[in-house]
Design a protein around this ligand. Structure first.
Ligand code: C2E
Ligand code: MG
Ligand code: MG
Ligand code: MG
Length: 290
């Protein structure tokens, strides 16, 4: 079980990665070791993309997934992105790692396209540091050509804080990305500060509603109201909604009721956890009972 392994990675740590240690000296040392380990890992294939499927809220059909990065360690099992992405960001390693992720996802799209009759689209998380690189669009284009992927099956997720953080420049950048035919999403929507005026000007396709609004959605009227408002907003701007973090039947029922009038995808443990590519097959073939 991947999550059990991940838990072990966090709680164990006899010598290398006492990742949750509160001792500052320890943490600095471990960051260095983690950095070193990540560098080697890019060369020896210790990174792996897991995939979490997204399910159509009205039909149960499954045609897309989010790629979520995992780092394998012999002793500590799976290390979660919450642990290593911040270190990768600080050290600049995120850029090489990010291209590895995009290339890997493109290859997987092509692979799945050959395996199933229906095309499956994959979204990847891209860090702000990477997307603002001067040659990002050029390198992205290169990967699209090299892997021979249908660009419309690749989706780039940028968090609300990245996108809004540098809004004017990002409008230009996002338009360049869109011109390659790639789809764009705003991730963790609702947790940052969105200017609605900018939202209208960004060439985006999807809004991903952050998990924090879903946790208590069945009982809290405020959360219902927020999700309902985001759904209406998405509708008005012709965006699709992806709802993150649906874990229970109750949450699913609430979300379906609130979002019934607009195209909505559900992503959450209720349907599936992030898992290795081969494990997703049945979801794409059979979909889900809804
Ligand atoms: P995110 O992009 O918002 O991804 C969703 C996170 O929520 C994933 O955590 C996923 O496992 C988790 N999740 C999904 N459904 C549920 C649910 O029902 N309940 C709960 N409790 N959690 C759920 P994960 O895989 O640990 O990733 C955490 C974050 O790390 C991601 O948040 C993303 O910001 C970042 N990340 C992951 N992969 C990459 C990557 O390849 N590149 C970059 N730059 N960041 C990445
Ligand atoms: Mg994401
Ligand atoms: Mg998210
Ligand atoms: Mg998140």
């Amino acid at each position: 079980n991947a999550d059990a392994a991940m838990y072990n990675a966090k709680s164990s740590g006899k010598n290398g990665f006492k990742l949750h240690s509160h001792d500052l000296t320890d943490r600095c040392l471990n960051r260095l070791k983690l950095e070193e380990y990540m560098r080697e890992s890019l060369e020896v294939d210790n990174f792996e993309l897991f995939y979490q499927v997204k399910v159509d809220a009205s039909t149960g059909t499954t045609k897309s997934a989010e790629a979520l990065l995992r780092l394998h360690h012999e002793e500590f099992g799976l290390i979660s992105p919450g642990e290593f992405i911040p270190v990768a960001e600080d050290t600049g390693l995120i850029v090489d790692l990010g291209y590895w992720v995009i290339r890997q996802a493109c290859k997987q799209i092509v692979k799945w396209q050959n395996e199933f009759n229906i095309p499956v689209s994959i979204s990847v998380n891209v860090s702000g540091k990477q997307v603002s690189q001067a040659n990002f669009v050029k390198r992205l284009k290169h990967i699209l050509l090299e892997t021979n992927v249908d660009p419309s099956l690749l989706e780039i997720e940028l968090t609300e804080s990245i996108v809004m953080g540098n809004a004017e420049e990002n409008i230009v950048r996002l338009n360049e990305i869109k011109s390659l035919g790639v789809k764009l999403s705003i991730d963790d929507f609702g947790t940052g500060y969105s200017s609605l005026n900018y939202l209208k000007r960004f060439p985006i396709d999807n809004l991903k509603i952050d998990r924090s609004f879903i946790t208590d959605i069945s009982s809290k009227e405020e959360d219902k109201a927020i999700v309902s408002a985001i759904s209406a907003l998405a509708d008005a701007l012709s965006l699709n909604i992806v709802v993150e973090g649906v874990e229970t039947k109750e949450q699913l029922m609430s979300v379906r009721e609130i979002c019934k009038d607009s195209p909505t995808l559900i992503q959450g443990f209720y349907f599936a956890r992030p898992e290795p590519a081969d494990k997703c097959k049945t979801s794409f073939i059979k979909g889900f009972q809804i």
